[in-house]
Structure formats: structure tokens, C-alpha cells
Design a protein around this ligand. Structure first.
Ligand code: FES
Length: 78
């Protein structure tokens, strides 16, 4: 069983999920007013996960989200 921190965003287009696992060395990024920031080495990402400041260069990973008919959300890690 793997633990992958993520944030779920609900807007007019539906649900989206972004992994908070930093693409530098895997620390957990934290919410900030501009998007996300990694506490380990200071990488910053915008609200869609795009890298704004290194050392990370790759974006945070988007994760697939499905909503069942009873309203439950299922988040896919692969
Ligand atoms: Fe996130 Fe290094 S692990 S900046």
C-alpha cells in the first residue's frame, strides 16, 4: 500500500487531483497562495502543478479522478 499525498480541486469543470509528491526528490509539497511549495529544497509550483522555481523542473503529477454515481471519489495513482 502506497501513501501518495494529493490535493483534489473541484471547480466548474469537475474534479481534478494533483499529486503533492515533489518531482525533485519526493518530499510533500504544501499549499501556498501561489500554488504549492516544497519544504525540502524550496521548489515552487503554480496552482496547476507547473514548476515555477527549482530545483524541481517537472510538474507535479496530475492524477485521474472518477466520481461514482453515489458521489464517492476514486483517485488513481497510476
Ligand atoms: Fe522538493 Fe527537493 S524534494 S525541492
Amino acid at each position: 500500500l502506497a501513501y501518495i499525498p494529493a490535493v483534489i480541486i473541484h471547480d466548474k469543470d469537475g474534479f481534478q487531483a494533483i499529486s503533492l509528491q515533489c518531482t525533485h526528490l519526493g518530499c510533500t509539497a504544501e499549499l501556498r497562495n501561489f500554488g504549492f511549495e516544497c519544504p525540502c529544497h524550496g521548489s515552487r509550483f503554480d496552482q496547476t502543478g507547473i514548476a515555477l522555481k527549482g530545483p524541481a523542473v517537472a510538474p507535479l503529477k496530475n492524477m485521474r479522478v472518477e466520481q461514482s454515481q453515489d458521489g464517492k471519489l476514486r483517485l488513481f495513482t497510476t
